[in-house]
Ligand binder design. Structure first.
Ligand code: UDP
Length: 320
């Protein structure tokens, strides 16, 4: 292949995960050569079924905590369990995946021409006292609580990548990703959208934690991937940027919408509120709007319809 036809290579860590696999598909559609890496801690190879048929996709079974012997000029670091149920089931693995994963990327990218787009999270804001959350807010996180392995792991990764940027000029770009949902979420992911859809499709009670008055802002995965791509195309990005959909809903409103859209006979069942569960969350996306015209296009109703359709198909494939 001549230099003129050289394809850009992107490395996606966490490629078999929900968001990672959508990112892989989008990068392939954009004409990248894509290396996808995953240790399958929470990822699932069926998410890469389509990508696997593309000769420009290469899967590498590997763990971001180990030294990386691959190099790519563009890296999307999306490797980390992200649902509270999963990240709390092995807190040591969660924290080390965030921190050592970022460290390995710094070691790989230092001194080279490499852009690292890193998946951080709205969890860095903890249970926020400022609403909606702008990037300038430092957060309200319990450092020794049950969510800390994720929240503090992600905060530390931000620290590491910011220091590498300051000291060594590493081109690290921090995405603070708010709740994201869509096709391919694992049935047992444990998050509210996947739980409610599975429960509704099976006419089982929807499990609302607490009274359901806590809020979240749900972003459809295609909008999130578009934002991540736009960040990678920027000349540069200083400081973190929020990515999410600012539409804010209570968990009780979400439950009612899922019941309506599935036509389910499900009832509601209230369960105890988990520890340190944020009471409210909504991204201030003015920075993303100003820097790269970020504007989520798919509202909750439309996004849930697409997601329910996907869950319905996958659940019917599973039935005997
Ligand atoms: N939640 C719920 N029922 C469930 C799962 C979650 O009411 O079956 C609540 C949870 O307590 C939280 C919100 O929904 O307030 C979002 O939870 P999720 O695990 O999806 O993500 P988080 O934003 O907490 O990381």
């Amino acid at each position: 292949m001549g230099l003129g036809t050289h394809k850009r290579t992107a490395l996606v860590t966490g490629a078999a995960g929900f968001v990672g696999s959508h990112l892989v598909d989008r990068l392939l559609a954009e004409g990248f050569e894509v290396v996808g890496m995953d240790n399958l801690m929470t990822g699932d190879l069926t998410n890469l079924a389509g990508a696997g048929r593309d000769p420009h996709f290469h899967f590498h079974m590997g763990d971001v905590r180990e030294p990386l012997n691959a190099y790519a000029e563009l890296v999307f670091n999306f490797a980390c369990p992200a649902s509270p149920v999963h990240y709390q089931s092995d807190p040591y693995a969660t924290l080390t995946t965030s921190v050592l994963g970022a460290l390995r990327l710094v070691e790989m990218a230092r001194g080279r021409r490499c852009t690292v787009v890193h998946a951080s999270t709205s969890e860095v804001y903890g249970d926020p006292n400022v609403h909606p959350q702008p990037e300038s807010y430092w957060g309200n996180v319990n450092p020794i609580g049950e969510r800390a392995c994720y929240d503090e792991g992600k905060r530390c990764a931000e620290t590491l990548l910011s220091d590498a940027r300051r000291d060594w000029g590493l081109d690290a770009r921090l995405l603070r990703i708010f709740n994201t949902y869509g096709p391919r979420m694992a049935f047992n992911d444990g998050r509210v959208v996947s739980n409610f859809i599975v429960q509704a499709l099976q006419n089982k009670p929807l499990t609302i934690f607490g009274e359901g008055a806590q809020t979240r802002s749900f972003c459809f995965v295609d909008d999130l991937v578009e934002g991540a791509l736009r960040v990678s195309r920027l000349e540069k990005l200083d400081g973190p940027v929020n990515l999410g959909n600012p539409g804010e809903f209570t968990i009780a409103e979400l439950a009612a919408l899922v019941i309506e859209l599935t036509g389910s006979k499900s009832t509601i069942e209230n369960h105890p509120m988990p520890a340190d569960d944020p009471r409210q969350r909504r991204p201030d996306i003015s920075r993303a709007q100003a820097l790269f015209d970020f504007e989520p296009k798919i509202d909750l109703r439309a996004g849930l319809q697409k997601t329910i359709e996907d869950f319905r198909e996958r659940l019917s494939d599973r039935s005997p």
